[in-house]
Design a protein. Structure first.
Length: 96
């Protein structure tokens, strides 16, 4: 009985994710697939979790993330001035 329930539950989850991906596809710049479980960072404080969500959605304060009010915004990193200020650059490779 338990295995039948687990199989049915897995099938329902897969159908829900497929419907979700079909009816509300993610935007091209968002690299993360739909998920039914909360992200691990949701246990952090609200401010930190919000910043992580914004960075993942490419809508944060970083210069390379698009802005709805300034389409011609400069994307070069203001700290080092060598390449666009993306999340990997700001956290991992920026010499400043």
């Amino acid at each position: 009985m338990k295995s039948a329930y687990q199989a049915l539950r897995a099938q329902a989850r897969n159908m829900l994710l497929q419907d979700w991906a079909t009816d509300a596809p993610t935007l091209p710049y968002y690299d993360f697939p739909p998920s039914l479980s909360p992200h691990p960072f949701m246990g952090l404080r609200k401010f930190v979790a919000r910043r992580i969500h914004l960075i993942r959605a490419a809508k944060s304060y970083l210069a390379a993330h698009p802005s709805w009010f300034d389409e011609n915004q400069e994307t070069t990193c203001p700290q080092c001035g060598t390449e666009p200020e993306t999340f990997p650059h700001a956290i991992l490779t920026c010499p400043a």
